[in-house]
Ligand binder design. Structure first.
Ligand SMILES: [Zn+2]
Length: 119
């Protein structure tokens, strides 16, 4: 159930932010995440919906935008690649589309709280 603990930490940051602004209710949240994040957008959304009941974020709108995955290999090729997380539960092995070499992830494993709308 790693998506629940991941969602919990996202919710904690949302509530913390709302508290700082003395908000009474969180109306919506915008999250940006890459396909290499610990959980998929779908998993995060459904897990969040399960745990927001009873908090000031109950019923909030959840918008999740995808960040493309960018990788660079030893030879310096930089590419944006598609990662199909819906069909792989494990993190897929990443290769350079140009030379097949191993790559470093430049972008795509982040999960960023972009915007919180509260009142
Ligand atoms: Zn390469």
């Amino acid at each position: 159930m790693h998506e629940l603990s991941f969602a919990q930490s996202v919710l904690d940051s949302i509530l913390e932010e709302a508290e700082k602004n003395s908000a009474k209710r969180v109306k919506s949240v915008e999250i940006e995440m890459g396909d290499l994040a610990l959980v998929t957008a779908k998993e995060l959304e459904s897990a969040l919906k399960m745990i927001i009941d009873g908090t000031i974020a109950e019923g909030m709108e959840i918008k999740i935008e995808k960040i493309p995955v960018r990788v660079r290999c030893d030879k310096g090729h930089e590419n944006e690649i598609e990662v199909d997380r819906d069909h792989h539960h494990m993190m897929p092995a990443l290769k350079c589309p140009g030379c097949g070499g191993s790559v470093k992830v430049l972008q795509g494993n982040e999960c960023i709280l972009k915007k919180i709308i509260a009142e």
